[in-house]
Design a protein around this ligand. Structure first.
Ligand code: DQA
Length: 157
């Protein structure tokens, strides 16, 4: 199983930016923890962070035929980017959207995520632990899909 973790703008500033909202953990430490957990689940992870909308669109498109699932925090683009939403719709992969903060408990403009509307599932407000939960959930989703696929193959033979 291969899962691509895509991080949007300003998430490279975790540990520095607004610690009262996002906490003290750096992005690389979040990724290290995910890597540890992924090993146990036999999941291969690839990480990508960009502050540029088009680069995020490109990375999502590259997942087609290459990855089994996407874990994404589109950050501020969640609230604005039809391009990222369309890319997620186009590749049709199991997708979990993560927000470190609870976007529903913040400013009005953060309460709507247009990318979440095309995601399989959304986790918001669990802090950095949300990424760990997303990984566990993705393992569950992909295992279930593999089980259904195997069952369908058996039925044909
Ligand atoms: C965020 C929430 C967004 O509203 C914000 O623009 C971010 C981070 C989160 O993880 O809580 O950059 O996606």
């Amino acid at each position: 199983m291969k899962v691509v973790v895509i991080q949007g703008p300003n998430l490279n500033m975790l540990g520095v930016r607004e610690q009262h909202i996002y906490g003290p953990m750096k992005l690389e430490d979040i990724h290290k923890n995910m890597e540890e957990a992924a090993k146990q689940q036999k999941i291969t992870l690839e990480f990508f962070q960009s502050n540029f909308e088009g680069e995020i669109v490109d990375r999502i498109q590259e997942c087609l035929g290459d990855a089994d699932g996407i874990i994404i925090n589109p950050a501020a683009y969640s609230h604005t980017s039809i391009a990222i939403r369309d890319a997620l719709s186009a590749v049709q992969l199991p997708t979990i959207e993560v927000h470190i903060s609870n976007i529903y408990a913040r400013e009005e403009f953060r309460k709507k995520s247009i990318t979440a509307e095309v995601a399989t599932s959304v986790l918001s407000g669990f802090g950095p632990f949300g990424y760990h939960l997303a990984l566990m959930a993705m393992h569950q989703i992909l295992s279930e899909l593999a089980r259904i696929k195997a069952q369908q193959t058996n039925q044909k033979t």
